[in-house]
Design a protein. Structure first.
Length: 525
């Protein structure tokens, strides 16, 4: 019995001459033999079967894999070439079909610098949290989908833990894995950047000029950290006390600075919204202060937070406990102060201050240490595309996450226009919703799954305690546990440090849809 592996490719156990004739009659164009000769008595030889196939006008490819071995890179590439270049449908076989399935999975997961096969059921742009999660959710619903993930990054990062790295509570190396290790089995990975979208033609153009054609498109490349928007910042980062937990290679430097700083002035900045993890700029301050408090040097350090916005946190319920910690750490908070320039060697930060009547002026502050959060915008190839709204984000319905003008396009994660907090927790809820709605659209049904704007921000207010802020659209509280969410708890710290990373690597990225409250909606609706 044949098993459908993907678009126009099947696999089975050992076939004989009669099986080849049946395949030919069913329209098969190419057969791949993955079984070495001589594995058992009475096994038809490759030469015998090839003669039958070629006599019927079929393409024949011999790519044997010894039982018990894993497909190596060359075998996987050869199999991918078959899928990309030879006529379809393709049928592969071995003794049971299992080796053929393994080779097919390895071939589709291979990184490539070009996309030889340009037609896919689903093209997913971005292989971060959103892209990998939605790919696995889609395969959970339809394992036959021909899916490609497009992302030039060679590593996949669990960025939510970088706050803890900057506080000496987590190893940076534990937040990063090779991209190849997280690409779902059965999904093709094209390691290239996207140049542009042509949604009227259902096409995506890559940096090398090659084109991918899709039935459905999911756009989730994350956002752009606009380091260059602050004069002098790019050159200053990583030296002279200038750091940021928003970059893998700098989070450890944050911890080095916290350890070294025993007096002087420490500045923490927050740009205008939207940014990913709106609480992260404050978390860096709270955890630094907690360490200095523990070392009994906090009174010798001037702690200042400069926020380009007008509030400590956007959900009013969580402002009082945060203000208590700001008071405890004797931190000075200034609103409507936007960082515009850094002079690293001189250790001077320049802020643009906007008064209540809209007047602007610039002030300078010296520092011994400064934690900077850069402005954040949509990626250029998104903002300049037909998919973008006026602000540059992918223009989607905030509940179904379906594009408002192109029904076969969806978006989730940081690049979408949904007015939710841009957090990993939000993606955990969004991925199964997008997958359900996309499958319904493929089956000519209207989207039903409804995203309520859920997001979560574990506010690490001190070492060992976290305020677990969970909320949905409109700032409505959405706590998972029946506890007062505004109370700092050690339980939440354990979740943040130990449970959430495990749920990320072995839950969300593996398609586990725990606590998502999203029914799997099949073609029957």
């Amino acid at each position: 019995m044949s098993k459908q592996l993907g678009n126009q490719i099947t696999a089975s156990g050992q076939i004989d001459a009669e099986g080849i004739r049946q395949l030919a009659a069913s329209g098969c164009k190419t057969i791949v033999n993955n079984r070495p000769d001589g594995e058992e008595a009475h096994q038809p030889s490759n030469a015998e079967l090839q003669a039958v196939a070629e006599g019927l006008g079929l393409n024949w490819v011999y790519l044997p894999l010894t039982a018990g071995q894993q497909p190596d890179g060359q075998l996987s590439r050869d199999f991918r070439d078959v899928m990309d270049k030879l006529p379809k449908p393709v049928h592969a076989f071995c003794r049971t079909g299992r080796r053929s399935e393994m080779i097919h999975q390895a071939a589709r997961a291979l990184p490539s610098t070009s996309a030889c096969s340009s037609a896919f059921d689903v093209v997913i742009v971005g292989a971060g949290t959103a892209g990998v999660s939605v790919a696995t959710s889609l395969l959970n619903r339809d394992s036959s989908l021909n899916i490609v993930l497009v992302d030039p990054a060679q590593n996949h990062d669990y960025q939510a833990a970088w706050t803890l790295v900057g506080a000496g509570e987590y190893e940076a190396t534990h937040t990063r894995k090779p991209m190849a290790d997280v690409i779902p089995k059965g999904v093709r990975w094209v390691a290239q950047a996207v140049a542009s979208f042509q949604p009227d033609d259902n096409q995506v153009t890559l940096a090398d000029g090659s084109v991918l054609t899709y039935s459905q498109l999911v756009v989730c490349p994350g956002l752009k950290l606009n380091w260059g928007a602050i004069e002098g910042l790019t050159e200053a980062l990583g030296s002279n006390g200038v750091t940021s937990n928003y970059r893998y290679d700098l989070a450890q430097y944050t911890w080095e600075l916290v350890q070294k700083t025993r007096k002087g002035r420490a500045l923490f900045t927050q740009p205008a919204m939207p940014i990913k993890c709106a609480g992260a700029p404050q978390k860096a301050m709270y955890l630094s202060c907690s360490n200095w408090e523990e070392k009994k040097v906090l009174n010798d350090i001037e702690v200042e937070m400069y926020n380009a916005g007008g509030v400590v946190f956007g959900v009013p319920t969580f402002v009082p406990p945060l203000m208590e910690y700001i008071k405890r750490y004797n931190a000075k908070v200034s609103f409507s102060h936007n960082l515009v320039k850094i002079d690293g060697p001189s250790k001077i930060a320049t802020f643009e201050v906007t008064s209540a009547d809209g007047q602007k002026q610039r002030i300078e502050r010296s520092f011994d240490m400064i934690h900077v959060v850069p402005p954040q915008v949509a990626p250029d190839f998104v903002a300049q595309s037909p998919l973008a709204n006026a602000a540059g984000w992918v223009d989607v319905d905030p509940h179904t996450m379906q594009h408002v003008r192109f029904p076969n396009v969806f978006s989730l994660g940081d690049a979408g226009s949904m007015p939710n907090a841009k957090t990993t927790a939000a993606i955990r809820k969004q991925a199964p919703i997008v997958a359900s709605n996309l499958i319904r659209v493929r089956n000519r049904l209207a989207p039903l799954a409804d995203y309520d704007g859920y997001g979560a921000c574990p506010l690490t207010v001190e070492k060992g305690k976290v305020v677990l802020a969970e909320f949905s659209y409109g700032g409505k509280l959405a706590p998972t546990f029946p506890l007062n969410p505004a109370v700092p708890r050690r339980l939440n710290w354990m979740l943040k440090k130990h449970v959430f990373p495990a749920l990320y690597w072995f839950g969300a990225l593996k398609g586990r849809e725990w606590l998502t409250a999203c029914a799997k909606m099949d073609s029957k609706g």
